[in-house]
Design a protein around this ligand. Structure first.
Ligand SMILES: *Cc1c(COP(=O)(O)O)cnc(C)c1O
Length: 345
């Protein structure tokens, strides 16, 4: 077998969720969109359900439909994209709660599924999804008569607690939800960390549950081990990989490992990516290619069977820094080719 092995520590993940739950003033949901941030929505959601989560958020109704099969009847499953044309059967049959984003969606929902639960998503400045203050003003009384399950909005800058946008969105959310007696939700992971002012009745962490920033105290959840296919000796002056971008400065031993940008180890990580053998960190040699990466193992005293690219010594946010991106993208880009192995849970 030469595929990389992605090990997902469900106990560490559950501990992260419990810690975020303990910080939250009210109840705590779990966001499991994009296949549970790339880790496998079914396994992730089941483990979080066992840890006590009863509210789950997905991006689209199709994800909600799959999640319903996994979780059975008692969990609440909310859909951020709301009620789109073609979603009615899934929403109705599988008891999903669409977060209604516009007057058009509101009309579609009450016409198609008059007695079916729904939530409301408000725009407090991010200008991505949700009703604008004027739209909300226009439908507020009608919507409230139908008893929404939840009214929510989303923070644009919660990864930066000092950003003035946070207080601005909080004030806008308060103004738009003043006097409502249905549950409210504003905080993603960053919002949980900003404290109880942001929590309302339900928080919605995602990335922190999976071990990513801005939750700096999160336990690492993922480990990636990639098999070495071949090792070889190079004389000084020989080169490695496409474009000859690595030239051996000394007699060098190169291990070729079985993963590449086709598995989400994006090329831009380049030489800042490290490959770990136990404690020893070996530099990448040459360009990352689609399925293979060269690693300079000259300083190891043995040929390793595999090298570790992700774990406690190199976190998803380290890979993100290497590539000039964010941990979210590293996680959700993780290759379909990897074997996903689950421990704990
Ligand atoms: C993805 C998402 C979340 C979770 O955000 P994290 O930063 O991963 O905690 C919460 N709410 C909405 C609307 C989202 O799209």
């Amino acid at each position: 077998m030469s595929t990389g092995i992605l090990t997902i520590d469900l106990d560490a993940m559950a501990a992260n969720w419990r810690a975020l739950d303990a910080m939250s003033a009210g109840q705590t949901a779990a966001v499991v969109k994009a296949d549970g941030y790339g880790l496998g929505a079914a396994r992730v959601a089941r483990a979080l359900h066992r840890a006590g989560a009863r509210h789950f958020f997905v991006a689209v109704a199709e994800e909600g439909a799959e999640l319903r099969e996994t979780l059975g009847r008692e969990a609440q499953i909310y859909v951020f994209s709301g009620h789109m044309a073609g979603d009615t059967d899934m929403i109705g049959d599988l008891d999903l709660v669409p977060m209604i984003n516009s007057i058009d969606q509101m009309i579609r929902h009450v016409e198609a599924l008059p007695d079916h639960p729904f939530g409301i998503q408000l725009d407090t400045g991010m200008n991505r999804l949700g009703m604008e203050p004027e739209e909300w003003e226009a439908v507020r009384d009608i919507a409230l008569d139908l008893s929404p399950q939840l009214v929510m909005s989303h923070l644009a800058c919660a990864d930066d607690p000092d950003h003035p946008m946070n207080a601005q969105q909080l004030a806008a959310f308060r103004a738009m939800t003043e006097g409502l007696d249905c549950p409210r939700s504003l905080a993603n992971t960053g919002g949980v960390l900003m404290g109880p002012d942001y929590h309302f009745e339900l928080t919605r962490p995602g990335i922190g549950v999976y071990g990513g920033l801005p939750y700096a105290d999160a336990a690492p959840v993922v480990t990636l081990d990639v098999p070495v296919i071949q090792c070889r000796d190079l004389a000084a002056g020989e080169t490695v990989g496409y474009g000859n971008s690595f030239t051996a400065a000394r007699d060098t031993r190169i291990a070729t490992i079985s993963a590449g940008y086709g598995d989400g180890l994006i090329r831009a990580m380049g030489p800042r990516l490290l490959a770990l053998s136990g404690e020893a960190a070996c530099p990448v040699a040459g360009r990352i290619s689609m399925d293979l990466i060269g690693v300079d193992i000259t300083d190891l005293d043995h040929d390793p069977k595999s090298l570790r690219l992700l774990g406690a010594d190199q976190l998803i946010d380290d890979l993100a820094d290497a590539a000039g991106t964010i941990g979210y993208e590293i996680l959700t880009a993780m290759g379909a080719r990897y074997v996903r192995r689950y421990i704990g849970g």
